[in-house]
Design a protein around this ligand. Structure first.
Ligand code: ATP
Ligand code: MG
Length: 341
């Protein structure tokens, strides 16, 4: 596990100060700067205007984490989306999630800030499977069309990698916007910055809601929630999205309700050639969890039915990897699809 100092050292100045320094206004005087901050962060802190320099949070962050939070969340504070950072609720593989007190601009009392790790720490090994057939988005969620930027991304220059990192975050935010508007059980997204997303907090002041993977369900409730998750998968597909990393680890449970989270790797069922395999894997993982809760099902059949319901063609060439030759229903499914060709 790297320290925040190491995080900072891997960032270039451009990334660190990106869109955050107000160049037109002279700072009234530098705020006190901790001795050990790396030079780029010192420069960044000196250039803060007063409102951000006054952003002190309840959460007792380690020094470098504090700098990291100030950089990632300072804009939200300035625009009164948040007024305080109360605690770190989870340090995930790709991001840390902080419980924040909402600012005057938000009706809710609590709000979640998902702050991404620097792109250099992301596990990008299997990125291409998700990015296949997917446009890259900029920091406003718009498709990147600029030749220079497209070239930088294709060449994987440092700048290009930053753009790809941004695109990943923009996909999470814009997907949540679309899915929330469509009525899916996802946190309401509020705002996106270059490195963070603000959304509804699921839980209370004492901490975040558990994930399904952390709890066991009574049989009746398991049955209901299984139906609810499938409805969400169906709704996602109707909105031309596949979650891409769906499992009991990315579904929160709170007061009898579920909330799907963690959307950066969404894929389109129309443009991604891996879409059906990714979809089957999502459905299978969900079914596996509910099977442990006593609800049996046939995931490949469910996936195939939902897929065809939304007018997508099944891709028979990927069957040998997906279907179980020993399973009678799989063999029937395989036969049905061969007849469809
Ligand atoms: N809106 C939210 N409200 C409450 N808790 C949340 C919220 N979003 C995320 N969390 C908590 O933070 C954890 C990490 O979030 P998320 O899964 O989005 O990030 P991640 O870095 O991709 O995590 P992982 O790699 O562990 O899947 C979640 O498992 C959950 O416990
Ligand atoms: Mg997750």
């Amino acid at each position: 596990m790297k320290t925040y100092l190491e995080f900072f050292e891997e960032l270039d100045d451009n990334e660190l100060t990106h869109r955050l320094v107000n160049k037109n206004r002279k700072p009234k005087g530098p705020p006190p700067i901790p001795k050990l901050l790396p030079p780029s962060e010192k420069a960044f802190l000196r250039a803060q205007d007063d409102s951000r320099a006054n952003f002190n949070f309840t959460y007792q962050a380690a020094r470098f984490e504090a700098g990291w939070l100030l950089n990632s969340l300072g804009g939200f504070y300035e625009h009164q989306w948040i007024s305080d950072v109360l605690r770190c609720v989870k340090g995930g593989k790709e991001a840390s999630v902080y419980l924040c007190r909402a600012g005057a601009e938000v009706e809710a009392d609590l709000i979640a800030a998902k702050v991404y790790r620097p792109r250099s720490l992301r596990n990008l090994k299997n990125d291409h499977a998700y990015r296949e057939g997917r446009d890259n988005l900029d920091d406003e969620g718009k498709i990147v069309l600029d030749d220079g930027k497209l070239h930088a991304m294709a060449q994987r220059t440092a700048y290009g990698k930053n753009l790809l990192h941004q695109s990943w975050i923009a996909y999470e935010f814009t997907s949540m916007q679309a899915l929330h508007a469509a009525g899916a059980d996802v946190p309401r997204p509020y705002e996106m910055a270059h490195n963070a997303i603000l959304m509804d907090f699921v839980g209370d002041e004492t901490g975040c809601a558990p994930t399904l993977s952390e709890i066991s369900l009574e049989h009746g409730e398991a049955q209901n929630l299984f139906g609810r998750v499938l409805q969400n998968i169906d709704l996602l597909l109707a909105n031309e999205r596949i979650h891409g990393d769906l499992s009991a680890y990315n579904i929160l449970y709170w007061e009898g309700e579920i909330t799907l989270i963690d959307f950066p790797q969404v894929v389109s069922p129309k443009t991604n050639r891996n879409a059906f395999s990714i979809f089957v894997r999502d459905v299978t993982r969900v079914c596996e969890y509910f099977a442990k809760q006593g609800i049996g099902s046939h995931p490949r059949q469910i996936a195939a039915d939902l897929w065809t319901k939304h007018g997508h063609r099944l891709a028979p060439e990927i069957h040998p990897r997906l279907l179980d030759a020993e399973d009678e229903r799989d063999r029937a499914l395989w036969q049905k699809q061969k007849n469809m060709r």
